[in-house]
Ligand binder design. Structure first.
Ligand code: HEC
Length: 87
């Protein structure tokens, strides 16, 4: 995407992943007012915790837990996109 910046930062204790920072004109428009900012942050934190659960299940090799962790993650993606992504 033009004008977008991505940065993946290593997070302590996470081997094969990290924290993804995205910066760009569309994403930045989400920071214009603090309510929007708070909502975005909340969804971002949900994304982090959902991803963490997925990672734990994957490392444990637990397929059922992996499947169970997929649905909430997909829901988090969708909720954020419905709210913040340009249609
Ligand atoms: C905290 C909010 C948020 C969450 C959670 C989120 N996204 Fe996004 N995503 C966005 C925004 C905002 C954009 C649009 C960025 C832009 O167009 O500049 C985007 C764009 C994308 C795109 C690019 C689509 C395109 O048309 O270029 C993909 C692919 C994507 N997201 C996948 C995912 C997946 C998969 C998940 C869940 C694992 C997820 N996202 C979770 C906010 C989020």
């Amino acid at each position: 995407m033009p004008g977008m910046e991505y940065r993946l930062e290593q997070v302590e204790g996470v081997e094969d992943g990290g924290r993804l920072f995205v910066r760009g004109p569309n994403v930045m428009s989400g920071y214009l007012n603090s309510d929007t900012n708070a909502k975005f942050k909340e969804l971002n934190e949900r994304l982090m915790s959902d991803t963490q659960k997925l990672l734990v299940a994957a490392k444990a090799g637990n397929l059922d837990a992996l499947k169970a962790a997929m649905d909430p993650l997909g829901e988090t993606c969708k909720t954020c996109h419905d709210t913040f992504r340009k249609k």
